[in-house]
Design a protein around this ligand. Structure first.
Ligand code: GDG
Length: 462
């Protein structure tokens, strides 16, 4: 029987209460706990010199193998090419992207180094599952080292259409690198199609819709929308709803409706446009003054990347300006919190809000949209306002879907959500819960690993 080896940029620090946050961490850990295996990646530590060999720690049936990065590697591979080139371009923000040859060289060098660090840990029957844009060249680096194991890749973020990808100078090399995987998985069919469009139209390859062939090499492709465990979220949200802080929040509302948004502080998440939509709502509906608040939770990330410092300053200024314009002695329209909350508490906060406003400008999936729905009280559920540019929009039939660039439309959707009758809310919520259960996190994991086993003609990790 084969063993599962997961490779991701970060290996999440796992406490007794589970991984710190995020779908990747929860999904990966869940996959590993079921089958046992290895999780390999960066520890999050940055030192003067990179580590000589991985630090190994085994808990239960999972072995964590982590490496530390040298400062220069961190700057070039992580802060540079991954987060200042690939992340903005893949989110259609080439205006925010920069390209630096040295950083790209560092990105490739670190991928090769990571593959060499992993090699001694591998067994011949291991199945390797690589995650996300930091590691596009990882399979090619493995092949150069003579590693012949099946290797699959899952992209958590959107894949851009060719005209956008062309703006990254080494775009052709990135595609060639992806072709070295046995399976390349995307969040949605739209992302998968963008990849195939590049292979077929821009690079002269072929595709039958399930695989891509380029320069004599074929890889399988597929769409595997990541899910959540809706019933576990519902349970946690309900259990935490009576905690002191959650009650304090409810009491502070004095019957006011709450609109909630939770995002990493990132320019792809549409926070500025959302603040403007909320402002437009207040401008258009004076009757709502004092009767509705927006709670924006936005823990800072990547704060050493310049564009993240800029968006943070913009949001501070905009929330201050809007509050200055509309606040009353006993009412602050926007509560803007740059802080991270414990996961179960967060789920209870989502349950408290009448409206979940999830309006990214571009997002691979967006798990908060799914978590918001799962956290609701099914007898009195809130309404999800969701961007058409989140991967989740393909799967959330009961959401009010908006174009986040259309500020007035978003404002109107929030108003409609605030006034939606109970029976319509129940019906929309039920349809989304059914969908969430049908395609939960284990469905994502199994579908990907089955497709990888098929593509590489091996037995599944078990
Ligand atoms: C990438 C893709 C794709 C947020 N604030 C706190 C907190 N969170 C949790 C949320 C959610 C996760 O972090 C964020 O996941 P998202 O999917 O919303 O977004 P990204 O971080 O950009 O994730 C995305 C995802 O990968 C998975 O494939 O859906 O499109 O961009 O789970 O709840 N968790 C805690 N405290 C916080 O303050 N504990």
């Amino acid at each position: 029987m084969s063993r599962l080896v997961v490779v991701s940029n970060r290996v999440a620090a796992v406490s007794e209460a589970g991984p710190a946050a995020g779908g990747l961490a929860i999904g990966v850990l869940d996959a590993l706990k079921e089958t046992g295996g290895v999780w390999f990646g960066w520890s999050g530590e940055c030192l003067a010199e990179a580590s000589d060999e991985p630090t190994i720690e085994t808990r239960g049936n999972v072995t964590y193998a982590t490496v530390s990065l040298a400062k220069r590697d961190y700057d070039q591979y992580y802060r540079g090419f991954s987060n200042a080139t690939l992340w903005p371009v893949f989110h259609y923000r080439n205006d925010l992207a920069r390209y630096d040859r040295q950083e790209y060289a560092g990105y490739q060098r670190v991928n090769r180094w990571l593959a060499a660090q992993l090699k001694p840990l591998l067994r011949p029957d291991d199945v390797i599952w690589v995650h996300d844009y930091h590691l596009i060249p990882f399979a090619a680096a493995c092949r150069e080292l003579g590693i012949e194991n099946p290797i699959g890749f899952f992209l958590h973020i959107p894949f851009p259409v060719p005209q956008i990808l062309f703006t990254v100078p080494p775009h052709a090399e990135l595609i060639q690198a992806l072709m070295q995987y046995d399976l390349v998985g995307f969040q949605t069919r739209v992302d998968m199609q963008a990849f195939l469009d590049y292979v077929v139209r821009a690079a002269g390859g072929q595709s039958d819709g399930r695989s891509a062939t380029l320069d004599g090499r074929t890889c399988a492709v597929g769409a595997f929308p990541i899910g959540v465990y809706p019933d576990a979220i519902a349970k946690a949200a309900k259990a935490c709803a009576e905690r002191k802080v959650v009650r304090a929040l409810r009491d502070s509302l004095h019957g006011r409706a709450l609109v909630i948004s939770v995002d990493r502080l990132d320019y792809s998440k549409g926070l500025v446009e959302r603040f403007h939509a909320f402002e437009a709502l207040l401008a258009a509906s004076p009757g709502l003054h004092g009767r509705v608040s927006l709670l924006q939770i936005a823990p800072p990330t990547r704060s050493d990347v310049q564009s993240y410092q800029l968006i943070r300053r913009t949001l501070e200024a905009e929330s201050g300006r809007i509050n200055g314009r509309y606040a009353q002695l006993d009412w602050t329209p926007i509560q803007y919190l740059n802080r991270k909350y414990e996961r179960n508490l967060l789920m209870a906060l989502l349950r408290t809000a009448r409206v979940g406003c999830v309006t990214p400008l571009r997002d691979g999936m967006n798990l908060v949209a799914k978590e918001y729905v799962a956290a609701q009280d099914p007898t009195d559920p809130g309404v999800l306002v969701l961007s058409q540019f989140a991967g989740a929009a393909e799967e959330m039939p009961g959401a009010l879907v908006v174009n986040p660039f259309n500020v007035m439309q978003t404002a109107e959707a929030i108003e409609r959500a605030l006034t939606m009758p109970l029976d319509e809310r129940i019906q929309r919520h039920a349809s989304m819960m059914a969908k969430l259960r049908e395609s939960d996190l284990s469905v994502w994991r199994d579908a990907f690993l089955n497709a990888l086993a098929d593509a590489a003609h091996v037995a599944l990790p078990a």
